[in-house]
Design a protein around this ligand. Structure first.
Ligand code: BJW
Length: 233
């Protein structure tokens, strides 16, 4: 692992703009379960059948309770050493760092990253499923129009927020190096951003205890909390 870390440190010395692309594995060591694999949130369930607008229409209370439970877990969680190292690095002068995340937990922002693009929305906002009006009070269940309030996350079959998507494409396209941390890269169109960067000849560095990409330039087999602080120290 140290050979790869040294190689990436050298690569970082010759670039200025870095895109950091993260998935659920980034937050695993903060105690937030990933989606797939052992101990995953969806173990035993089929996410493509469950995380959908149709499931919400059919069982809105069950879906609402699931997201309230998730918010509770995230509220208790603390950013780990990898989050904090990334937050510290991104607010320094050495590089221009932007984070494109599939995560909805807000831990990058809590650890000091200011340029964060949330591709799949956020647990910390909700809107009316019927009229789209945002509602800041997460305890409320209904909109004044009578429609049901839902978390402002992106479910299967839904489009990603268009401005966030455009900014994320820009971040990846303009970067000189991409760090991909903790994603299985099976969910599109988000995962396509990594392929787009690799296809454009931008070096891609994967950090994952169970590497998932086939387009990486360097792979560091390890966890986010172990690797990131050493890489960025
Ligand atoms: C560690 C670690 C440690 C562990 N350190 N690492 C092209 C091809 C095929 C299908 C499609 C396609 N284009 C679209 C689709 C359909 C679909 C899709 O992708 N399906 C596939 C699953 C087959 N996509 C969609 O439906 C998307 N919408 C869409 O395409 O709309 C079209 C449209 C356009 C215009 C108008 C209308 C429609 C939407 C996708 C939304 C995904 N939403 C979710 C739920 C969010 C809400 C919530 O949180 O509840 O997003 S699904 C879930 O998966 C979540 C995640 O962001 C996403 C990705 O998962 P992630 O982050 O990679 O986590 P895991 O668990 O999979 O992996 C964890 C990784 O971490 C592993 O690799 C571990 O090894 C690693 N790890 N510990 C570092 N300590």
């Amino acid at each position: 692992m140290s050979t790869e870390i040294n190689a990436v440190r050298e690569m970082l010395q010759s670039v200025e703009k870095v895109a950091v692309f993260t998935g659920a594995g980034m937050s695993a060591e903060s105690g937030i379960p990933t989606f797939r694999g052992d101990g995953g949130l969806w173990r035993g369930r089929k996410p493509e059948e469950w995380a959908t607008p149709e499931a919400f229409m059919q069982s809105p209370e069950e879906v609402r309770e699931f997201y309230q439970w998730r918010r509770g877990i995230v509220e208790e969680a603390q950013p780990h050493a990898g989050h904090l190292a990334l937050g510290n690095w991104s607010s320094g002068d050495s590089h221009h760092v932007e984070v494109v995340t599939q995560n909805v937990d807000g831990l990058h922002q809590r650890s000091g990253c200011s340029r964060v693009w949330e591709l799949h929305g956020s647990l910390w906002s909700q809107h009316c499923h019927d009229c789209g009006t945002p509602e800041s009070d997460l305890e409320k269940t209904h909109c004044p129009c009578g429609g049901r309030l839902r978390p402002s996350v992106v479910w299967f079959g839904e489009g990603l927020p268009s401005e966030v998507w455009a900014e994320s494409e820009r971040v990846m396209r303009e970067s000189e190096l991409v760090l991909v941390i903790g994603t299985s890269a099976v969910v599109y169109p988000a995962a396509g951003l990594v392929g787009m960067a690799a296809g454009a000849g931008i070096p891609v560095v994967e950090i994952n205890p169970q590497p998932a990409l086939d387009s990486q330039t360097v792979c560091i087999t390890g966890t986010a909390a172990q690797v990131i602080p050493i890489l960025l120290e």
